[in-house]
Design a protein around this ligand. Structure first.
Ligand SMILES: O=c1nc[nH]c2c1ncn2[C@H]1C[C@H](O)[C@@H](COP(=O)(O)OP(=O)(O)OP(=O)(O)O)O1
Ligand SMILES: [Mg+2]
Length: 198
């Protein structure tokens, strides 16, 4: 029988990646897209870690079971780390990937390649009844492109170039992205930490 894991996210792109990532370990993934009665958790933290803990603990309390959350985003050196924890809402509350990418590209207009370095961050939090909340994190280094490339993935993937593979993140297959991504690295950390769980 398949084991179950609940990921406290409403993001379809993340949900797909978690399904792929947990499959090899025999887990079926449920997200908040499958549990529409759970309300959005307001992300009031100023770090990825604070927001990840907030999302995992709120939903774990509501469901009274073990929950994993993901708070992630893009940090661009030339923009002093922005959009950072505001990545999802960078161009407004509509949380549009297209508008967010346009805003980043226009802010980086005229900035040369050497100064377009950036990284994705992912913090996973795991919370549940009677257990101390734990967090792990992963990063992925890259360079912001001048225009979009590729159509896989989600979020800022079309403008994020991965030097080690010579491709934009949105040009990678889901399996390739799992191997090098901030989310993949964070999940590997979680598996190391909780070898009994995943
Ligand atoms: O692999 C990624 N490839 C491209 N973009 C990414 C990635 N990972 C995070 N991102 C961007 C998308 C979003 O603009 C923000 C996450 O914001 P974040 O609050 O964690 O997620 P969200 O609000 O979309 O869903 P939820 O809070 O329900 O999990 O960073
Ligand atoms: Mg969010």
């Amino acid at each position: 029988m398949a084991k179950n894991v609940i990921i406290a996210t409403k993001n379809r792109g993340k949900a797909k990646e978690f399904e792929l990532m947990f499959k090899p370990y025999g887990y079926e993934v449920q997200t908040l897209l499958d549990l529409p009665h759970i309300e959005d958790v307001e992300e009031t933290g100023v770090t990825f870690e604070e927001n990840a803990v907030l999302k995992a603990e709120t939903v774990a309390k509501e469901l009274d079971c073990l929950v994993i959350s993901d708070d992630s985003g893009l940090s661009i050196d030339a923009l002093d780390g922005r959009p950072g924890v505001y990545s999802a809402r960078y161009a407004g509350e509509a949380k549009s990937d297209e508008a967010n990418m346009e805003k980043v590209l226009s802010e980086l207009e005229g900035v040369d390649e050497a100064n377009r370095t950036a990284r994705f961050h992912c913090v996973l939090a795991i919370a549940g009844p009677g257990r101390k909340t734990e967090t792990v994190n992963g990063t992925c280094e890259g360079v912001i492109l001048e225009e979009k490339r590729g159509s896989n993935g989600f979020g800022y993937d079309p403008i994020f170039f991965v030097p080690s593979l010579g491709k934009a993140m949105a040009e990678l297959t889901p399996e390739e992205k799992r191997g090098i991504s901030h989310r993949g690295h964070a999940l590997d950390q979680l598996r190391e930490r909780l070898s009994d769980f995943v």
